[in-house]
Ligand binder design. Sequence first.
Ligand code: NAD
Length: 479
Amino acid sequence: MHRNLINGEWVEGARVSRNINPSDTRDLVGEYAQADAAQARQAIAAARAAFAGWSVTTPQQRFDLLDAAGSEILARKAELGDLLAREEGKTLPEAIGEVARAGNIFKFFAGEALRVGGEVIGSVRPGVGVEVTREPLGVVGLITPWNFPIAIPAWKLAPALAFGNCVVMKPADLVPGSAWALADILHRAGLPKGVFNLVMGRGSEVGAVLLEDQGVDAISFTGSVATGQRVAAACAARMAKFQLEMGGKNPFVVLDDADLAVAVNCTVQSGFFSTGQRCTASSRVIVTEGIHDRFVAAVAEKMKTLKVDDARKAGTDIGPVVDAAQLAQDLDYIAIGRQEGATLAAGGEAIERNADGAPGFYLRPALFTETTAQMRINREEIFGPVISVIRAKNYDEALALANDTPFGLSSGIATTSLKHASHFKRHAQAGMVMVNLPTAGVDYHVPFGGRKGSSYGPREQGRYAAEFYTTVKTSYTQP
Ligand code: NAD
């Protein structure tokens, strides 16, 4: 039994959840305690009590702890990657890559703890000095989704701790294993009691307490738009600071002058890898007339080579969908696409058993062609391995289609034209723009986030994380 970490103690929960392997539903990854509302409140109280001490630790103390955690994560990346692939279903190389990312994030923010600076600004009044400094917020509640079980907890936790905040973290119900492993590493690294608390449990119960309890000063949330809106309403009602990272419907534009192999690789990578379960996945591929037919044929050909199988088996390209509900949602959208008149050019079938006969939530990646911008499959986030191709007459129309969405997370283009690449970088309405690269797959030391319905509040990651996890103080001194 994996227990919750509250005030430095491992405690039993009110209930138990069973973590199931989506590649083989007979395989129980482990049993995890589920906290209830009372335990969530205890965790918040513990974090509050720990804040006075933790917020005045030296940067060296915080560096040492975060650096040690980063080193352990990196040293154990194969083992933790295996756990991640087993509980979430991305392939082993992808999972190991995600764990390495988490380790590097801890190392990066260890350094950031040392680099917290300020400014001295001349006053407009004679003899007065002005200083601008940064201070921690207090207790931060972290609510994370299932699709990056260790990287997202890491990119919230590491900056929160680096800048002197205390934390209560509620991971997604489907993937408690990676979050628990992270808690175990931080606990053993020697974090003082109460500085970091793990409360696994239901969103509607444990998550709701984090949103409503006055003891939580700020919430960093990643997940769906619907939950994000709830987070926003609850935080605004009590003036808590909040940051939201939500859905995407990311476009990838392919122009006539694109290198075909680059365009196909980017499309397949960001559309289908990680089973399409990435907020930065490209799901709308906008292709100009001159290359359209060659491009579609090449993608369909490439799709024939993709091996859908157990996430942990060597040679698997696409692991299973995360659970039965997400698989049902993917299949619903595939049916909706057909009803709307799109052509299902390849894939889209559920596979009940993998090559070894194990029952799992497998889905052959789906390619829709002859789709229009107004179809629901081009407006709503499916969050599965489903790509829709939209024809465009020329670059201008392709850009307009790319921006015709309520979301704005990532946006990409395949082109050999410097003119179009430069124009697209400036005019794509997205937080991240990729030229001749997949829309998914980003560095760990630079800002991450979007615009419009995809994000709200300051960016995550890199130096920009300080904007959320600290508050600025302006001090005036008359000697
Ligand atoms: P979700 O919104 O269902 O859940 C996210 C988290 O919120 C979970 O921990 C859940 O338990 C919790 N939660 C649910 N109801 C709650 C409530 N009433 N109060 C407080 N917390 C509550 O999302 P999901 O299905 O886990 O994740 C998939 C979504 O996440 C997709 O929409 C995807 O695009 C998005 N996502 C976005 C980014 C990004 O950075 N933009 C990254 C990864 C995933």
